[in-house]
Write a protein that binds this ligand. Sequence first.
Ligand code: AMP
Length: 113
Amino acid sequence: MPTVFERIVAREIPAAIVHEDEWIVAFRDIEPQAPFHVLVVPRTPIPRLRDAGPEEAGILGRMLLVARKVATEAGYDDVGFRCVLNDGPDAGQVVPHLHLHVLAGRGFGWPPG
Ligand code: AMP
């Protein structure tokens, strides 16, 4: 059963895509937690970070570079942005397809909730 992100990557369901390349698709979160909230998703459906091995080093690096690109393009390079990767139930991961949240446009507290 494909996840919602696999279906977005396959263009089976719509999303507001802000970046795509051979490895990565990035699109706006449907329930934004900040004025800017984008999800950076590898095309390959790795369920969780714990499932990534050394062979995924390249894709993990690319996810961070795309996070920087979309935040910079949206004008948040100076004020900054936050990247969040939820892994597993305690972290609140809902969709079992590795993804990086990129949030910007407001101040964020620390520690996170
Ligand atoms: P996580 O809790 O880290 O698994 O985050 C899953 C995220 O996916 C949540 O922030 C949801 O709002 C978001 N989401 C779920 N379905 C969609 C969708 N169809 N389009 C965009 N974002 C979605």
